[in-house]
Design a protein around this ligand. Structure first.
Ligand code: TUI
Length: 329
C-alpha cells in the first residue's frame, strides 16, 4: 500500500478532487475534471433535490469515469439528497459545513465512499471512529464556508491524528501547493478556486474575470457572528457584511443580506452585490484553461517540485551528501 492507492482504487489517475462549489460545480465542470483523471464533484450546495438529481444524470452522460457529490449539510433538503445519492448509485460523497454523522451508516451500506471536510483534529477523529473512508482537511484559506485553522497547521495535525487518508484543501492552486501538501503528509489535494476559471466551468463570465484579476489581499471573511463564516472577494456586499459586524447588527440582518447572494454572482454575474466566493490563492490564478490542461500542468509542476526537493537535500547538507558519495550510497 502506498499513500496514493486510495485514489487509484477509486479509479482516478491523479490524487486530486475538484471542490464542491455551490451553484458552480455542475455536471459540466465535474465531467471535465473526471475525464481528465481527477475526481469531479457535483455540488448540492443549497439547491433542491431535483437539481441535484438532474446534474447527476447529466454527468453520467458526459463521463464514464468516477465522480462525486458534495452535500452541504446546511441545505434544508439534506435528508432527501442523502437518500437520492443512494438511489442514483453515486460512488463518492463529500460533505461540508457540518457533521454527516447520521447519514454515514446508510451511505456505507450503499457502497458509497464517504469523505467529510473536517476543520479540526477533533472532528477528524470523530469521523474516523464513525467509519468514514478519508477526510478532507480544509484550511481557512479556502473560499466559501471556512474553519479557523490554516492548511499549514491543520493538515499535519490531522495526518498525525488519524490512520485514514487525508486530503488537503485550502490555498492550493499550483504544483508547489500540491507538493507542499504531500510534504505535510496529505495523500491528495482538493482544489476549488483554480477550477473557477476552467473553460468548462459555467460560472458567469464576470465572476471568472473577477477571480482572474484578484490579488492576494482581495478576499475577506464575512458573517463570523452567525457561526458560518464565509470567505468572499471584496466588493459592495462584503463591505455591507463588515458594516453589520462593526454595528453589532442582529443576526437576521446577515441572513437577509446573504440570501440568494451566491446565486446572484454565479448566474447573473452581479459581482458587486453578489457573493463572489473564492480562496486566498485567487491571486495566483491568472489563466483560463481546460480542466485537462490545468490538471496536467498541476502534476507536471508537482513532479518538478519533488525533483527539486531532492536537490534541496544536498544543498542543505552538502557535507552529508559528500559523505554519502564516499560510502557509495
Ligand atoms: O462547506 C464548505 N464550503 C462552502 S459551503 C458553501 S454554501 C454556503 N452558503 C452560504 C452560507 C454557508 C454555506 C460555500 N462554501 N467547505 C467545507 C467546510 N466544512 N469548511 C468548514 C467546514 C466544517 C465546519 C464545521 C465542517 C464541519 C464542521 O463541523 C461542525 C460540527 O462539529 O458539527
Amino acid at each position: 500500500m502506498n499513500r496514493f492507492d486510495f485514489f487509484y482504487q477509486l479509479g482516478l489517475k491523479y490524487p486530486l478532487f475538484q471542490g464542491g462549489m455551490a451553484w458552480i460545480a455542475d455536471s459540466s465542470l465535474a465531467a471535465a475534471v473526471s475525464n481528465a483523471g481527477g475526481l469531479g464533484i457535483i455540488a448540492a450546495g443549497t439547491a433542491p433535490p431535483q437539481y441535484v438529481r438532474e446534474q447527476i444524470r447529466q454527468v453520467k452522460q458526459l463521463t464514464d469515469k468516477p465522480f462525486g457529490v458534495n452535500i452541504m449539510l446546511l441545505n434544508e433538503f439534506t435528508d432527501q439528497i442523502a437518500d437520492l445519492v443512494c438511489e442514483e448509485g453515486v460512488k463518492v460523497v463529500t460533505t461540508g459545513a457540518g457533521s454527516p454523522g447520521k447519514y454515514i451508516k446508510k451511505w456505507k451500506e450503499n457502497g458509497i465512499t464517504v469523505i467529510p471536510v473536517v476543520p479540526s483534529v477533533a472532528m477528524a477523529r470523530r469521523m474516523e471512529k464513525e467509519g468514514v473512508d478519508a477526510v478532507i482537511a480544509e484550511g481557512g484559506e479556502s473560499g466559501g464556508h471556512v474553519g479557523e485553522l490554516t492548511t499549514m497547521a491543520l493538515v499535519p495535525q490531522v495526518v498525525d491524528a488519524v490512520k485514514i487518508p487525508v486530503i488537503a484543501a485550502g490555498g492550493i492552486a499550483d504544483g508547489r501547493g500540491i507538493a507542499a501538501a504531500l510534504m505535510l503528509g496529505a495523500s491528495g489535494v482538493q482544489l476549488g478556486t483554480r477550477f473557477l476559471v476552467a473553460k468548462e466551468c459555467t460560472v458567469h463570465r464576470n465572476y471568472k474575470e473577477r477571480v482572474l484579476k484578484a490579488k492576494d489581499t482581495d478576499t475577506v471573511v464575512t458573517g463570523r457572528p452567525t457561526g458560518h463564516p464565509v470567505r468572499i472577494l471584496k466588493n459592495k456586499l462584503a463591505r455591507k457584511f463588515l458594516d453589520l459586524e462593526r454595528n453589532c447588527a442582529p443576526l437576521e440582518e446577515y441572513e437577509t443580506l446573504g440570501v440568494g447572494a451566491l446565486r446572484r454572482a454565479v448566474q447573473e454575474g452581479d459581482i458587486e452585490y453578489g457573493s463572489v466566493m473564492a480562496g486566498q490563492i485567487a491571486g495566483l490564478v491568472k489563466e483560463e484553461k481546460s480542466c485537462r490542461e490545468i490538471i496536467e500542468e498541476l502534476f507536471a509542476q508537482t513532479m518538478d517540485c519533488l525533483r527539486r526537493a531532492r536537490d534541496l537535500e544536498t544543498d542543505l547538507y552538502p557535507d552529508l551528501a559528500d559523505k554519502g558519495q564516499e560510502v557509495g550510497q
